[in-house]
Design a binder for this molecule. Structure first.
Ligand SMILES: *[C@@H]1O[C@H](CO)[C@@H](O)[C@H](O)[C@H]1NC(C)=O
Ligand SMILES: *[C@@H]1O[C@H](CO)[C@@H](O)[C@H](O)[C@H]1NC(C)=O
Ligand SMILES: *[C@@H]1O[C@H](CO)[C@@H](O)[C@H](O)[C@H]1NC(C)=O
Ligand SMILES: *[C@@H]1O[C@H](CO)[C@@H](O)[C@H](O)[C@H]1NC(C)=O
Ligand SMILES: *[C@@H]1O[C@H](CO)[C@@H](O)[C@H](O)[C@H]1NC(C)=O
Ligand SMILES: *[C@@H]1O[C@H](CO)[C@@H](O)[C@H](O)[C@H]1NC(C)=O
Length: 498
């Protein structure tokens, strides 16, 4: 499902590197090293005028990003990272798999050249490398290389062990599409043509070497492919009223978000393989994210609001929510995740959204601001944790009117300002008035879960309502000021720890 179709490419365009570190937050002390969950960022390099390695390292430091995933093992970047304190998953590009998988000597040479200089062997340099990702989405991106993938992983792990570096795990990021029938999670299973031949032996090896099962996991694509079955809010980690929650009919577990459902689907698929050791293999989400812009018709969910909501809520979910998933609760089962991706890769071909997954433009200017106050970082003070409730774009006018009547009546929202003659009466139309009333109610409830539902007529937004007909009651300044605020902050503010 979620393949970004990075294409097996040989294009050499992809080189990610980074990780968000939340080291100032009590929960996140030392994202590197300890078992605490963390959020990192992938760094793809199909970017016009990419920052130089040293500028990139400075940028990461300024943004408090301490975990990154690179799609190759560029020594210039790794040297720069060594000075920034960040740790990186390095990648073996798909087009190098054949060589590594067919010759252990080549794997040994790769480790010597790409890994050893950055692995902290000499105490003067820290270990920059947190893991090795061998290939990317090989079953879908380059199926012809599948037969050499596990041999390549074994050879690299053996070469690391010979260098006393078996603490660096070796694995391969799989596309979520290898899991079939993932919803409800209890019915999931691995694609049979891969299960016995590839995934079962892979899991055995990962368990033996204490390496994680790496997965690229995109609720965005699940939503796109669900044909309306998955509610947008569920994909964005937004609470639904209990009656609307996804319930797995076989386990009766409630899923408040698609991300957890996908993780549990993977767990079920692993269990169904009957690999004794497989159950103990932790899952590492090597890519997840949401595009902020796309084709208006074909990619309607690719918006800044949705990207902000997804990535902000993901960060809170990984770092703050009750750890684990409905099927596997508890800290030990918490998956860390890498946000795809740091920069908009403007040079990537394909649908419009392909070039719009980044948190930043290539020059370091934020594409949008995350809203994660209280999650230990990422944002300047005064833009944090703001969300608004407005009339949903797709709700019909009758439903909007009925919900407004409820909000201003039984809901006891203060609707004085939208009465005739009052400050927010104009523009005098149902949607503007309803947006005012919905937000007044939502704010009065402390933005509590479900308080912007209104039978589907309400919609949470993290962007200031763009028309902003008049200052809503909780605003401290007029609309014009608010609208400029979001774009004014310097990049270094975006991920500043509070
Ligand atoms: C570690 O340092 C020694 C002595 O400075 C040097 O000979 C060796 O190549 C270094 N090893 C690595 C992996 O950088
Ligand atoms: C690995 O560690 C062992 C014991 O800790 C040591 O004897 C050996 O020389 C080390 N090998 C390498 C390649 O550093
Ligand atoms: C299962 O995997 C095979 C081989 O990669 C592929 O051809 C097939 O389309 C997959 N089946 C499904 C239902 O995705
Ligand atoms: C795991 O390790 C055991 C014991 O060393 C070995 O017998 C087994 O073959 C290994 N399994 C895999 C899948 O590597
Ligand atoms: C796993 O075991 C169950 C019950 O023993 C069996 O029905 C199922 O076919 C097995 N699955 C695989 C992939 O071997
Ligand atoms: C955050 O607060 C600090 C100190 O109060 C202030 O100097 C800084 O300008 C604020 N940041 C933003 C983005 O307003």
């Amino acid at each position: 499902m979620g393949s970004r179709s990075r294409g097996g490419s040989g294009s050499g365009l992809l080189i990610p590197f980074l990780l968000l570190s939340l080291h100032c937050s009590p929960v996140l002390v030392s994202a590197a090293g300890s078992g605490e969950p963390y959020v990192g960022v992938t760094i793809g390099t199909a970017v016009t005028n990419l920052l130089s390695p040293s500028d990139l390292a400075d940028f990461l430091r300024a943004q408090h990003i301490t975990r990154v995933r690179l799609y190759d093992a560029d020594p210039r970047l790794l040297s720069a990272l060594a000075s920034s304190g960040a740790r990186a998953i390095v990648g073996v590009p798909n087009d190098e798999l054949l060589a590594l998988g067919s010759s252990p000597a080549t794997a040994t040479a790769w480790v010597a050249r790409r890994v050893l200089p950055f692995a902290g062997v000499n105490s003067s340099t820290p270990n920059v490398i947190s893991a090795i990702a061998v290939g990317d989405e090989v079953p879908t991106a380059l199926p012809s290389a599948l037969p050499v993938l596990l041999p390549a992983i074994r050879s690299l792990a053996a070469a690391l062990a010979a260098a006393n570096l078996s603490s660096i795990p070796v694995s391969t990021p799989l596309p979520f599409s290898v899991v079939l029938d993932p919803f409800p999670p209890s019915q999931a299973f691995f694609n049979q043509s891969l299960a016995k031949s590839f995934i079962a032996p892979l899991l055995g090896h990962l368990a033996n070497t204490s390496a994680p099962l790496m997965l690229n996991l995109y609720p965005y694509y699940s939503l796109m492919q669900s044909g309306g079955v998955i509610p947008l809010d569920n994909a964005l980690f937004r609470p639904l009223p209990p009656s609307q929650e996804m319930v797995d009919p076989n386990t009766l577990l409630h899923y408040t978000n698609v991300f957890d459902a996908m993780l549990d689907a993977v767990r079920v698929a692993v269990r169904n393989l009957n690999v004794t050791a497989g159950g103990g293999v932790p899952i590492l989400v090597t890519e997840t994210g949401w595009p902020s812009y796309g084709d208006r018709r074909a990619e309607p969910y690719a918006t800044r609001d949705n990207a902000d909501a997804y990535n902000s809520n993901l960060i809170k979910h990984v770092l703050e929510d009750k750890p684990g998933t409905p099927m596997a609760p508890g800290a030990a089962a918490q998956s860390s995740a890498y946000i795809y991706e740091l920069f908009n890769e403007d040079l990537r071909p394909g649908p419009v959204s392909e070039a719009n997954w980044g948190l930043f433009y290539g020059n370091g200017t934020p594409v949008y601001l995350l809203h994660v106050s209280g999650a230990g970082g990422f944002l300047g003070n005064d833009t944090t944790d703001r969300s608004f409730c407005v009339a949903a774009d797709d709700a019909d006018e009758k439903a909007v009117q009925a919900a407004m009547d409820w909000a201003c009546g039984p809901g006891r929202a203060d609707c004085t300002a939208i009465q005739p003659g009052q400050g927010c009466y104009l523009p005098n139309d149902v949607r503007s008035h309803a947006s005012y009333a919905f937000d007044a109610y939502y704010q009065s409830q402390g933005r509590a879960a479900g308080s912007c539902y209104f039978q589907g007529a309400g919609m949470v937004t993290t962007t200031d309502p763009s028309e902003c007909p008049c200052p809503l009651i909780h605003f401290h300044s007029p609309c014009s000021t608010l609208n400029s605020l979001a774009f004014r902050s310097s990049p270094s503010v975006m991920i500043e720890l509070l």
